[in-house]
Design a protein around this ligand. Sequence first.
Ligand code: ADP
Length: 673
Amino acid sequence: MAPNPITVLLIEDNPGDVRLVQIALAESRPAGFEVRTATTLTEGLELLASGRFDAVLLDLSFPGISPQQTVARVAAAAGHDPIVVLTGLDDEQFSREAVKLGAQDYLVKGQFDGRLLARSISYAIERSHSRMELARAHEAALEASRLKSSFLANMSHEIRTPINAVIGMTRMLLDTPLDTEQREFASTAWSSACSLLTIINDILDFSKVSAGKLDLHETEFSPATTLQSIVEMFAPRTRDQKVKLISSISDSMPRLLRGDEGRLRQIMTNLIGNAVKFTDRGQVSIQGSVESDTATFTKLRFVVTDTGPGIAKSDQSRIFDAFYQADASTTRKHGGTGLGLAIAAQLAALMGGKIGVESELGKGSSFWFTVPLQKPSARPVSTTDQPLDTSASPAPNARLITLSVGTPQAIRASARILVAEDHPVNQQVIIKMLSRIGYSADAVANGREAIDALRSKSYDLLLMDCQMPEMDGYEAARTIRRNFSGTAPIPIVGVTAHAFEEDRRKCLNAGMNDYLRKPVMPEELAATIEKWLRNLNATANERSPAIDRASLDRLKDCDASGSDFLPRLIEVFIADTDNRLQAIREELSRGNSAGVAGAAHAIKGASGHFGAKRLMELCRVIEQRAHAGDIGALAPEIDRLANEIGCVRDALAPYRQNAAVDRLHTAPRPTNI
Ligand code: ADP
């Protein structure tokens, strides 16, 4: 059976050249070509739009359009159909440009015969097929990677849930009276479950970074506080090992910087964890300093030095490779996956830093890493060490707790925590854990019950499982942010067995402040709760005033005549702000992010005159998120905005009256006749 002829679209306006091509292709055997001719570019583009061809032969000289544009337009219309340019333009440079623009080959008229033309078309078709195969293979690889990620996410969830129970229950078992042998069995079960969890976390992190799935989440934070909290976490272990643990931070380290605190913490924890793990006696010291400083970035350098076994020169370059462990005997004794340093190196690189080691066998090791962190933006920052999470909103009926300076008993004794968790075992585990670290808590079984509980009693923090029947944690958080208003925000910490960045983002987008991965570890639980309780207190206590008196005084000074300029200005500001708030709500319901951004921008500008810094900051956040097209979860911020506008209005009220009183005082006294 004769093979199907190759269908060719010839786009050529010169009848002589059309004829030449037809003759040349008619001579070629055995493929056989079926040639369809378009004598204008428009006709050629129409034919391409109406059907596919095996190949396109394209002349380049058409009236009113450059050769480059001709190739680009035909390439866009032809899709995968290969293009062979046939032109009188014998220009080496342009021929390369034409190929870059989408042509497969470039033949100069008068320099080819039928055989050459037929071969060029056949090869162009072959190359195009290969390209399509490659594109299909690429797509299949991406799909496989997507499937792998979702497999990992599901597996991680499935494995974490039972580990949660094993860790929690063995921990509780260890708190009961046990004989020596029983205690030993339970301790082994507990530490093995913890190791298993570390391995799962490492494998997950490693595959996430390798697949380019790990996003950095930037906030303003205090690197010194971060380091301090990690050192405190390791302190009990080093005391048991009789190893001295010391840390120092140089005075020049800025109090606040912007970056991914969680990932920085992960690198530090890994390096300090290794040093503590491998050092039996002597000391582990950690130094934090500033390596360099520019107008926008501060590069920090951390060095973790130990008096452990040291690492042979030959191993030093390889320990940062995945699954590489330097000394089999010590590693067997201490366990581990050989992934920790590989992850730390990837994270340091992802953040723009470097990592390395100096070590001598038998004399200890010194691991160092650098990380450039952004300087905080010019906006006024909170005076607390912790970032004021702007994705969180003012929330329900949170009450303020009294804190004493001397990071936890005072917080614990007075704080009330609500736990929402449907699984009875997990509920027991978390309540027990909370009571062990000094908190009293009430428990409910789903989101709806959590909302009811918040209505009837005030709590300082809500610890909420994400997946619950009836109303899950996400919906409950959204409802709380929507329906409750108040001045002190209740922190909501989501608890989820899912471990991916998307899960964290889902929690924050729902209005939660933070999230904890299951199984929840007592240290992490304590640190997270303390962080948010401190933050809550600091937010309420140290908030800047709604307006700035100095700005108001300046405005008053603008008007020496003693007229009612200021009260009138305030009236206009309040009316305008109310209108714009209304506009923001309407634009939000229409999904018009530009409209939201515009109105927020206008309020921000006007509030600057009155020194309403909190209002300006809120508007800045709303405007920024609207510009980024992220208005889906803005409702809580809009509620905060409405609340803040109320605060500013209240704060301005006396100025309206004072201005009137001022006028009375400065008016000429009536003269007694
Ligand atoms: P893991 O500790 O889980 O085995 P890492 O990637 O963190 O994996 O470390 C890789 C190897 O590097 C370890 O197995 C150990 O041999 C070596 N190593 C890391 N830190 C130290 C240290 N402080 N002292 C001695 N050896 C170390």
